[in-house]
Design a protein around this ligand. Structure first.
Ligand SMILES: [Zn+2]
Length: 129
């Protein structure tokens, strides 16, 4: 199976554009490159690099590890850029986009972690009436 190397620069630029366009970052990831997928306003699900993709669910452990590595990388890049730009007097709108990326990545990470250990977190305690 051919492995495509993710062009980080391109990926970050596309993710930023998608968020600006109002797309929503999903907890699903691209089956080809492992980047988070985005849902556009028209309902299409796209990869920042590969465009429209079809979500396949695979629970292979190795793949999960690879995906979390990529998600970590995305988070790192976003934080790094945010930091760099703060030093250069970044436009507030630009900062917000990067902050959103960091927030979305955090959310996705906790979603994925929750899914990985879903045994202990099934259902919240109910108050009896
Ligand atoms: Zn992709």
């Amino acid at each position: 199976m051919p492995r495509e190397k993710v062009n980080e620069e391109e990926a970050m630029r596309r993710m930023k554009e998608l968020l600006k366009e109002g797309a929503v970052m999903l907890s699903e990831t691209c089956p080809i490159c492992g980047l988070p997928l985005f849902r556009l306003k028209n309902g299409d699900v796209v990869c920042p690099i590969h465009g429209k993709v079809y979500i396949v669910s695979s629970d292979e452990e190795a793949r999960e590890v690879e995906i979390s590595e990529i998600i970590k990388l995305v988070e790192y890049e976003a934080v790094k850029r945010l930091k760099d730009m703060l030093g250069e007097g970044m436009e507030p709108s630009e900062a917000l986009v990067w902050l959103r990326i960091v927030e979305e990545v955090e959310r996705i990470r906790s979603l994925r972690e929750g899914r990985a250990s879903s045994t202990s977190r099934q259902g919240t305690p109910q108050k009896s009436p």
